[in-house]
Design a protein around this ligand. Structure first.
Ligand code: 5AD
Ligand code: SF4
Length: 467
């Protein structure tokens, strides 16, 4: 384990930038930072650390990239589309740099763990000052210090650490919801996935560090805590995942515990027992199935088959009848026949998922699936995606309808996006989105809501107030 507070290179870089920023602030030009995040919850959590380090170095939050002296773009590489979006946002920084050469522009996240992307940024994006791959995120102060002091571009690749890094400051985006990373990296090498290449091998944090972090969060008002890892069931700190979960569940307070993501091959009876017997553990399981065809699952290197997946779902439902089950599905994996795609549709029907995140297969350079010969055309992938969405929507609606007339506990998040005045939204323990009339005092609190109408992906209801 690395403790940044005991790391001389970290602390001296922070101190140097702090002193520079203090001088600027005294001249009335306090420097500001702005972070742009793409991708998954792990990236959101990483960005909270980037904000933490920026504030530790004496930067203040900016309103947007235009008034920032430090811009960090935290990228995602899971699909081609995500990379192209990030590159286009990076491209927009050119103008900012032309206006003010002193602005420091950094790119980090999964895209910058690929040599060809780092080369591309070096060559074609001369205004990018540094890159940091995910396992060297704690080197941010050193990168910023060296860019500002030596006016040299830094491209850090292969200099990261394969240990959990502790002590990084965190600026959280919400008080009542919090992400807590419990492990990093992935050892599974699903044949389509870039993650094991860009986030490296699995490493887990010590349970003591995690428990302290969660305890502090609860004391500060967090009501919904999500444990994060590429594959949380592979957590191997000084205990295993079910043990960690039950120790966290034993903490006192009014909170819900969630975790993601789980790999179906690793869901043990013990884990199901812990969730079912938990006081705080949410009745929600995100269990990415990816495909309903045994041949495709084998080609994906997933290490389970359809029957085993269905058996796990059955066990979960037997132990917890009200559990919500959500999933990820990939359509158009190389070689997927029409019949194999129908197997995915029939599996969705058989399980009745509460929600599915569906993705069109995107070849990732360096992964085995990208080299497979029988790639599916964009037309076929698009057409299958449309059919998949129809089946997924019908399943979600069927799962949502029975909630009509029921009263559920909801954690209030804030005003509904695009909603009418006075309309707020929140999430049930099953992580279902609910809209209702509320007031600012309700935000961050649990309330009971009676559901009047349930559509596929959102419910509408009313808060029940104690009289
Ligand atoms: N193409 C499409 N979807 C992918 N995913 C991972 N890699 C790819 C890819 N190359 C999906 C999987 C995973 C989710 C996070 O992203 O469904 O569970
Ligand atoms: Fe990718 Fe598979 Fe690891 Fe998930 S478990 S991050 S899909 S390799």
């Amino acid at each position: 384990m690395i403790q940044v507070n005991n790391d001389a290179a970290y602390t001296s870089a922070v101190a140097w930038v702090q002193a520079e920023n203090r001088t600027l602030a005294q001249r009335g030009a306090a420097p500001r930072y702005h972070v742009i995040t793409f991708g998954c919850q792990q990236n959101e959590a990483d960005s909270e650390r980037i904000r933490g380090m920026a504030e530790q170095m004496g930067y203040l939050p900016a309103k947007g990239p235009e008034d920032a002296a430090l811009i960090v773009i935290n990228t995602c590489a899971i699909r081609e589309h995500a990379e192209l979006r990030a590159l286009s946002v990076i491209g927009r920084c050119k103008k900012i740099k032309e206006r003010d050469r002193s602005v420091v522009i950094g790119v980090c996240g999964c895209m910058t763990a690929q040599e060809r992307r780092v080369e591309q940024l070096k060559r074609s994006y001369p205004y990018v000052d540094f890159t940091l791959e995910p396992c060297s995120m704690h080197l941010l102060p050193q990168a910023v210090a060296s860019v500002r002091r030596d006016h040299r571009r830094r491209f850090l690749l292969g200099e990261g650490v394969l240990e959990a890094v502790e002590g990084m400051p965190i600026v959280r985006s919400a008080r009542h919801r919090a992400y807590v990373s419990i492990m990093y990296g992935c050892n599974n090498f699903c044949s389509y996935c870039i993650v094991p290449y860009v986030r490296d091998r699995e490493r887990s944090r010590d349970s003591g560090e995690i428990i302290n972090e969660v305890r502090t969060l609860i004391a500060k008002g967090a009501r919904d805590i999500t444990l994060l890892g590429q594959n949380v069931n592979s957590y191997r700190g000084d205990c295993d995942f079910p043990a960690l979960l039950s120790r966290l569940d034993a903490l006192e307070g009014d909170f819900v515990l969630r975790f993601m993501t789980s790999h179906p091959k690793d869901v043990s009876d013990r884990l199901i027992e812990v969730i079912a017997g938990g006081r705080h553990i949410a009745p929600h399981f995100h269990l990415p199935v990816q495909s309903g065809s045994d041949r495709i699952l084998a080609r994906m290197n997933r290490h389970y088959d359809r029957a085993r997946y269905l058996a796990t779902v059955e066990k979960l439902r037997r132990a917890m009848p009200d559990i919500a089950i959500t999933s990820d599905v990939i359509v158009g994996f190389p070689g997927e026949t029409e019949e194999e795609f129908s197997d995915t549709l029939s599996l969705i029907d058989a399980v009745g998922f509460d929600m599915i995140y569906s993705f069109i297969y995107s070849p990732r350079k360096g992964t085995p699936a990208a080299e497979m010969e029988d790639q599916i055309s964009d037309e076929v992938k698009g057409e299958r995606m449309r059919r998949l969405l129809e089946v997924a929507d019908a399943a979600a609606l069927a799962r949502a309808k029975p909630y009509e007339g029921k009263t559920l506990r909801v954690l209030v998040d804030g005003e509904s996006k695009n909603g009418a005045d006075g309309m707020y939204s929140g999430r049930t323990d099953q992580n279902k989105l609910v809209h209702f009339a509320a007031t600012p005092e309700d935000v961050g609190q649990f309330r009971l809501v009676r559901v009047e109408r349930a559509d596929g992906y959102a419910m509408h209801g009313q808060i029940i107030r104690e009289s």
